[in-house]
Design a protein around this ligand. Sequence first.
Ligand SMILES: NC(=O)c1ccc[n+]([C@@H]2O[C@H](COP(=O)([O-])OP(=O)(O)OC[C@H]3O[C@@H](n4cnc5c(N)ncnc54)[C@H](OP(=O)(O)O)[C@@H]3O)[C@@H](O)[C@H]2O)c1
Length: 270
Amino acid sequence: MTTIGFIGGGNMAQAIIAGLVKGGQSAKRLTVSDPNEASRQQVKTLGVTAIEDNARVMADAEFIVLAVKPQVMGTVLDTLKPHVKGHHRFISIAAGITLTRLKEGLGLTDQTVIRAMPNTPALIGQGMTALTTSKELSDADQTTVEALFNACGQTVWVADEEAIDAVTAVSGSGPAYFFLMVEHMIRSATRLGLPMDIATQLVMQTAKGAAAMVEQSDVRPDVLRSRVTSPGGTTAAALKVFEEGAFDDLVDRALIAARDRATELAKDAG
Ligand SMILES: NC(=O)c1ccc[n+]([C@@H]2O[C@H](COP(=O)([O-])OP(=O)(O)OC[C@H]3O[C@@H](n4cnc5c(N)ncnc54)[C@H](OP(=O)(O)O)[C@@H]3O)[C@@H](O)[C@H]2O)c1
């Protein structure tokens, strides 16, 4: 029976655990260690054992999810290292901590290490997680790892860690780009005279509707866009302003900046 231990029981671990339990995973197969009393209490409300002792979680579990902040990862790896056994498989969700760093820190030779890059909507079950692995997984292990992150959204495998930096720029930081767009549209709508509550509802439902159309449609977003853009119409007038402001170039530059920063941070942490 697969057992999963979480080192760190904060926001992200709780999001994954809540999804797993909701999806029918037995809470008995999960354990969490966290020094923070409040985090442990929150984990316990999900019916899962939460203790202070990382070593005990290591002793009980096959899969170990490293769900601590990147700043404390070095210390955590040091404390886990003496308890590593041959059957352990490690999954780290910490931003910027490389597979090499994880393997070195845990003193691993042959065990599997997986790096995951989830995003904030995982907290409401709508996450997007990209995964990469240090070595090929068995089918059973792959299913277990995917199930962990499917419990709080969707998962995708990428070829290597270079791709993880690109993923960080797209889906990792991506929610903030959409928050920014929503924020500015609401502000503009109020400047056009609409009350805040109505502006917010209009923008939010439009964002949801547009995302659902992109997801459900069998044509590309540019085709959807051209279908709602009559020549000389209102949408065309707005899109012309975006184009004059080199919106596409701006998006390109923003994502490149995020990708480069992810690479830099990984180097600093590694
Ligand atoms: N939140 C996101 O949207 C998001 C997205 C992508 C990736 N991530 C990654 O997910 C990881 C966790 O993020 P989070 O938002 O869940 O952080 P969090 O809420 O701060 O949770 C981390 C938990 O680990 C505990 N902890 C500290 N030292 C520990 C130790 N030695 N052993 C065991 N537990 C320890 C912390 O306790 P204290 O509070 O007492 O320190 C805290 O309860 C981070 O590495 C982050 O990069 C998060």
